[in-house]
Design a protein around this ligand. Sequence first.
Ligand code: GDP
Ligand code: MG
Length: 162
Amino acid sequence: PMPVLAIVGRPNVGKSTLVNRIIGRREAVVEDRPGVTRDRVSYEAMWAGRRFKVLDTGGWEIDVLGIDAMVAAQAELGIEQADAVLFVVDATVGATDTDDALVKLIRRSGKPVVLCANKVDGPSTEAEAAYLWSLGLGEPYPVSALHGRGSGDLLDAVLKVL
Ligand code: GDP
Ligand code: MG
């Protein structure tokens, strides 16, 4: 069976944009409003000659319990099915309490993780990405899912743990 990579992160950090970047097609629904799409969640991808599945964990219906419960539940479902986790943080916002909660979930799972500092559209935002070392998940890979910047290095790192 194909290895599964779960894309985990808060709403609006750019998970679906990153999924589209990874699969090379615009199939995941990108929304300015967080958490309201009923998206397809599983996609096939290939990088450096290797095939794998990508799970976009942001596609399920919003939870009545609120955004944090929804994010945690979706992350948990995705992590459970995954062989490795790609954790996405918005570098222009930095790590929030919800991000810290997600880090705990990922750690508890024991699954390998690669940290993506997204929305690094240019060199001026790279310093922001470096702050994310403090999450304790290793090197933050600065990426612009929107423009493609850094996505090759990110995928190389993903394949090392997948
Ligand atoms: P998701 O909720 O995590 O799936 O996030 P989306 O992929 O739907 O993106 C949320 C918003 O962030 C959209 O308006 C995207 O265009 C924007 N976005 C995503 N990636 C980037 C990026 O690398 N740079 C910038 N500037 N905006 C981005
Ligand atoms: Mg999404």
